[in-house]
Design a protein around this ligand. Structure first.
Ligand code: ACM
Length: 536
């Protein structure tokens, strides 16, 4: 008898815990109170909005309702009526936080700022898409981290306007809010700069797999269109113009600013010894700053050490060293970075750079991206120095690493980056390093980086991104106590349905052989000889 009771108890427990987290939403909200009943769809989906700052998001929601085949219109005014009501609630302290209360007769959204309204809409839309009937539920939600990002590398292989927009749409669905755009590197320069047209006339030719690939880049009009598209979805774009390394494409266009270097690519660096380099790069940054209204400017700073040997014999660098009394070329790197940091500050932007900048004791307002997973001390040094820090360690957050042990195209480094490791991040790392709450207070968030040497087709980009980006979205938004991988896997079924509807070529982790791994690029014989090395 006791056995039967324990069995029934176990069944109840299993069904309760399955029910407790069964709302089909990614990322999972902070507080969910399920109520009896469903929304009476005959009430319709007209939206009442009284606060002018929320009208744009109400119009977005209305458009998405209509895409789902629902009749909807936006009513602006204070003393009117509609079943869906959007209101300001200044007691909600997180600017991305919201409440969503669905009852039988009405749907109420409250937030202090427009981003909160947008995220309430995303939760509501996922419930509408994924449930046969809209369940009555009371949700109070806010993100764990303010920085929830994804980096696309358009320099190695170019994707284009429509692909970027589709990515931004999907990011927004999963409440990701930072699109880090790696626009320049050795293989290609992808942003039009009016003052230096050769950057795209010459520098935009080629890709990682084919140095003679036709020119491909974003015009300034393309960028403005994408920035506007992203802003309407509460996605901020952070442009990266990498320097002083990873500069070979620019150096093909304007060899007068070449600092040489044979590390990863020939002509890897800009020349820190030439005064003209500073004017040239400052002009470029000024144009880029004008295109991207967000507060951040990323100027790379990674892997300079690979190209720095060339500086030891460069007459202009030697003259700089003599003038400044430097004894080591590393001091030229610091000198270069500090001048560019001042330039970024003069443009009114906050600088972001890779974790190598920590060694240069850069200004404390700099934001650091910690990427070298094998150097965890750079995370703790960054936090101890008080730098606002974004976590994107190669493991588990580089999406050019393979995600399953049956896969062969992609990077591996003492293992790879499977879905469950992305999902678990960052708490196992915090535990193993003993990262204290005070240190954690300097972390703004996390992002995945999809370097594209081996992501040369839409299929490979999608396959390496999804479903891992869903896991990242939940890690970055959902409080650790609400995370549950088994439950996440169940909710992922709805994302797979969505990807099927959208024609996204995702990796199906439920059945790894169902969707085959797309082949890697065939690297064409290099016309620029030694460009065969692979980025670190
Ligand atoms: C990097 O992966 N070089 C930041």
């Amino acid at each position: 008898m006791r056995k039967i009771f324990s069995y029934i108890f176990l069944l109840l427990l299993i069904s309760f815990s399955a029910g407790a987290a069964s709302l089909p939403v990614i990322p999972y909200p902070a507080q969910v109170e399920e109520k009896a009943g469903v929304y009476d769809a005959s009430r319709g989906y007209d939206i009442l909005v009284s606060d002018s700052t929320f009208v744009q998001d109400a119009v977005y929601l209305c458009g998405r309702f209509r895409e789902l085949g629902l009749t909807s219109r936006v009513i602006v005014g204070a003393d009117r009526e509609a079943p869906v009501v959007i209101r300001r609630n200044n007691k909600i302290t997180d600017k991305e936080g919201y409440t969503l209360d669905i009852s039988r007769k009405s749907i109420s959204i409250e937030a202090a700022e427009a981003a909160g309204v947008f995220y309430a809409a995303q939760t509501l839309l996922q419930l509408l898409e994924n449930c046969a009937e809209l369940p009555c539920v009371d949700i109070t939600d806010a993100p764990r981290y303010a920085w929830r990002g994804y980096m696309r590398d358009d320099a190695r292989h170019f994707t284009g306007v429509e692909s970027v927009k589709q990515l931004i749409d999907l990011m927004a669905r999963y409440k990701l809010n930072r699109f880090h755009w790696h626009l320049t590197d050795a293989q290609g320069w992808r942003v039009e700069i009016k003052k230096y047209p050769l950057l795209t006339e010459i520098g935009a030719i080629g890709s990682h797999s084919d140095p003679d690939a036709p020119r491909a880049y974003y015009t300034q009009d393309d960028i403005r269109e994408i920035v506007d598209y992203a802003a309407r979805r509460h996605v901020m774009i952070i442009p990266e113009i990498d320097m002083p390394g990873h500069a070979a494409a620019a150096n093909r266009a304007y060899p007068e600013f070449n600092g040489g270097g044979e590390g990863i690519f020939p002509d890897f660096t800009f020349n820190p010894g030439k005064e003209g380099t500073y004017g040239y790069l400052s002009d470029i940054l000024a144009e880029v700053a004008g295109l991207f209204p967000g507060p951040y400017m990323h100027i790379g700073g990674d892997e300079v050490a690979y190209g720095i040997n060339a500086w030891k014999t460069d007459p202009d660098v030697l003259a700089l060293m003599e003038r400044e009394g430097f004894t080591d070329v590393r001091q030229c790197e610091r000198y270069f970075m500090n001048r560019m940091i001042a330039q970024v500050a003069s443009l009114g932007k906050t600088l972001i750079g890779w974790d190598e900048l920590i060694d240069l004791d850069v200004d404390p307002t700099t934001n650091i991206m910690w990427w070298r997973h094998d150097k965890p001390q750079y995370l703790t040094r960054s936090l101890d120095a008080g730098y606002t820090t974004v976590m994107c360690p190669r493991k588990p957050l580089y999406f050019d690493f393979v995600q399953h042990d049956s896969h062969t195209v992609g990077r591996i480094w003492d293992g790879f980056c499977p879905l469950d490791s992305v999902y678990a991040f960052p708490d196992p790392l915090f535990a193993s390093l003993g990262v204290t709450p005070e240190q954690q207070s300097h972390i703004s968030g996390m992002q995945a980086n999809a370097w594209s040497e081996l992501l040369h087709t839409p299929e490979r980009v999608d396959f390496m991104t999804w479903p891992r980006l869903c896991a990242l979205a939940e890690s970055a938004w959902t409080l650790p106590g609400n995370k549950n991988f088994a439950d996440f896997e169940k909710r992922l079924d709805y994302s797979y349905d969505l990807f099927d509807r959208l024609g996204i070529y995702y990796f199906d982790h439920r059945s790894p052989s169902r969707v085959s791994e797309p082949a890697g690029p065939v690297i064409k014989k290099k016309t620029r000889e030694s460009e065969t090395n692979y980025r670190d």
